[in-house]
Design a binder for this molecule. Structure first.
Ligand code: OSB
Ligand code: MG
Length: 395
């Protein structure tokens, strides 16, 4: 692949319903979208599902992602293309910016745009490139309500729409009540909770109160950068622990597997696979396969992504290694007042079936896309990086 130009557009996505987690309430999301243009006239698009602040974890805020893309990642891609005469494959793409530590969200936007280009060139859906199948699967919703009433209202909307799996946000003091209310109203529902690292080494004890409700999992109760202490408390909880924030790579998953193997047991470890949190789809696929081999259940997480990001995540759900329903939909219809694709994504009766529609099974509405936010910067990828850009020399 030969790239001619890379640009980053900052798209405004306004939530139809505010989303509350232990770290705050989101209403307006300003999202960088990476656009890669090729010598054969194609445009590939990759969303970076940033949040306004780094409150979920480091380097997920919009300013930090824009800096990584502009100062380090895209100039590195330009350098690699210049040295190698093109970017041969996903491996070469990832290698071009592998020297940059962290920046997993920013990296994932470039990788997503590249995958989009590969799917266009091959004229196939992404699930085919990823070794998936045109399968049907249940999808779930994530409920970010600020009170038990709000949670019940959103849950009722989701159930009316046919969803069979609910995830609810909790924090210390807002845990037993919403869960008990949901369980009483929906005795058979697949129910799970997400704490977004709101508990500490004292308050986690409260989570034992959730064991009686038959939850599928408790997601990231402790610190965003911790695996070890999660493994330790897992020995004292019946409900499986699911890791979200603290997994950035297959290597992190290996750490978790060895800790749970020696401790609570692998049936009490679950991994939330969020492609942007593990630098992209290639790493996400490796994690799904490794977990399947180890007997660790997985599902695909979300970041209140646009319909484009969600469409790509649904393609990843074509992998048979991924067994649990993911966070692909919002409880009350579309997430945003306006979105970037030509048609909204839909799930009939809480299920999605993949087909042979090429690309992500969805299409960017370019006129709307260009209206929803400005192009912030662009790079000419045909010329080598100017001497002003600091970067370690490649050996
Ligand atoms: O922890 O899974 C999370 C949204 C923003 C940041 C973190 C998380 C979430 C969600 C929403 O739970 C999932 C979705 O996209 O519907
Ligand atoms: Mg989570």
């Amino acid at each position: 692949m030969i790239f001619t130009r890379a640009s980053v557009r900052l798209i405004d996505l306004r939530l139809r319903t505010p989303f509350t987690t232990s770290f705050g309430t989101a209403t307006l999301l300003r999202r960088p979208f990476v656009v890669l243009e090729t010598s054969d006239g194609r445009r590939g698009v990759g969303e970076v599902p940033t949040l306004p602040e780094p409150a979920y974890k480091p380097e997920v805020d919009t300013p930090s992602v824009l800096t990584s893309l502009r100062e380090w990642l895209l100039p590195s891609l330009r350098n690699a293309q210049h040295q190698d005469g093109g970017v041969a494959d996903i491996g070469a793409l990832r290698q071009s910016y592998a020297w940059v530590k962290g920046a997993v969200f920013a990296k994932s936007g470039i990788e997503a745009a590249y995958w989009d280009l590969l799917a266009q060139q091959a004229d196939v859906p992404l699930w085919r490139l990823w070794g998936g199948e045109p399968r049907s699967f249940d999808v779930g919703v994530s409920i970010g309500g600020a009170s038990t009433d709000a949670v019940l209202r959103l849950a009722a909307q989701a159930v009316d729409r046919g969803y069979h799996r609910l995830k609810v946000k909790i924090w210390p003091g807002f845990d037993r009540d919403p869960v008990a209310a949901l369980r009483q109203r929906y005795p058979e529902m697949l129910l799970q909770v997400d704490a977004n690292s709101a508990y500490d080494l004292e308050s986690w004890d409260r989570l034992k109160q959730l064991d009686e409700f038959g939850l599928l999992l408790i997601e990231q109760p402790l610190f965003d950068d911790d695996v070890v202490l999660h493994a330790r408390i897992s020995r004292n909880l019946k409900t499986p622990i699911c890791l979200d924030e603290s997994i950035h790579s297959l290597r992190d998953v290996e750490t978790a597997i060895s800790l749970w193997q020696e401790g609570a047991g692998l049936d009490r470890l679950i991994i939330n696979i969020k492609p942007p949190r593990v630098a992209g789809f290639a790493e996400a696929i490796a994690i799904a396969q490794r977990c399947r081999a180890a007997g660790v259940q997985t599902w695909i997480g979300g970041m209140l992504d646009s319909a484009w990001g969600k469409a790509m995540n649904l393609q990843l759900n074509g992998l048979t290694a991924i067994g649990l329903p993911g966070d692909h939909f919002s409880p009350g219809g579309p997430y945003f007042e306006e979105d970037v694709t030509t048609a909204p994504l839909t799930a009939a009766n809480g299920r999605v079936t993949l087909d042979d529609t090429a690309r992500a099974g969805s299409t960017i509405d370019w006129r709307r896309f260009e209206r929803m936010g400005p192009e912030l910067f662009s790079l000419d990828l045909r010329s080598p990086t100017s001497s002003g850009v600091r970067m370690p020399a490649r050996p």
